[in-house]
Write a new protein. Structure first.
Length: 101
């Protein structure tokens, strides 16, 4: 998986591309830590428009990001979720934890 980090104003956008699974752990952690450590960032948006697969380890990575963001008083949102991605998030009840669009 490839991750691009875009920063615009108070929002850092993590654009994911490919399969979001355990093999993406290090890259996702590095990208999310970069966003978390940027002082002007108040919200992290995880863009799933180019993700074709995610598994339970990806859900765990999102939960870790949420926990770190809460400690830094940041919001996390999941955007451009559709198809399989939306189904997995629905089954995991992630709409209770994240703003999902």
């Amino acid at each position: 998986m490839q991750i691009t980090v875009e920063k615009k104003g108070e929002t850092a956008r993590l654009i994911l591309n490919g399969r979001f699974d355990f093999s993406s752990h290090r890259e996702f952690r590095n990208a999310s830590d970069e966003a978390l450590q940027t002082p002007e960032v108040k919200e992290i948006e995880v863009d799933f428009s180019r993700v074709d697969y995610l598994d339970s380890s990806a859900l765990g990575m999102l939960l870790l990001l949420r926990e770190k963001a809460q400690h830094a008083n940041l919001k996390v949102s999941l955007t451009n979720c559709s198809g399989l991605v939306q189904q997995v998030l629905d089954v995991a009840n992630f709409q209770r934890l994240f703003a999902i669009s």
